[in-house]
Design a protein around this ligand. Structure first.
Ligand SMILES: [Zn+2]
Length: 61
């Protein structure tokens, strides 16, 4: 289920990192509807990248 062709954010998860540090509001990098924790990789260079993970909250909509 990997999509290597094309690059767009139309199908990305829109969850925001709930932390209150400098990365608050960082959007999840995974596909919409993914299971498990949300993940976002932040950082300008590989040496400084951080992998943020946060637990998905149950949302009723
Ligand atoms: Zn997510």
């Amino acid at each position: 289920m990997t999509q290597q062709s094309g690059y767009g954010d139309a199908h990305l998860c829109t969850a925001e990192f709930p932390g209150d540090d400098l990365h608050a509001g960082q959007l999840c990098d995974l596909e919409v509807g993914h299971e498990g924790d949300h993940v976002a990789v932040v950082g300008l260079a590989a040496a400084f990248r951080r992998r943020l993970t946060w637990t998905a909250e149950e949302t009723t909509s």
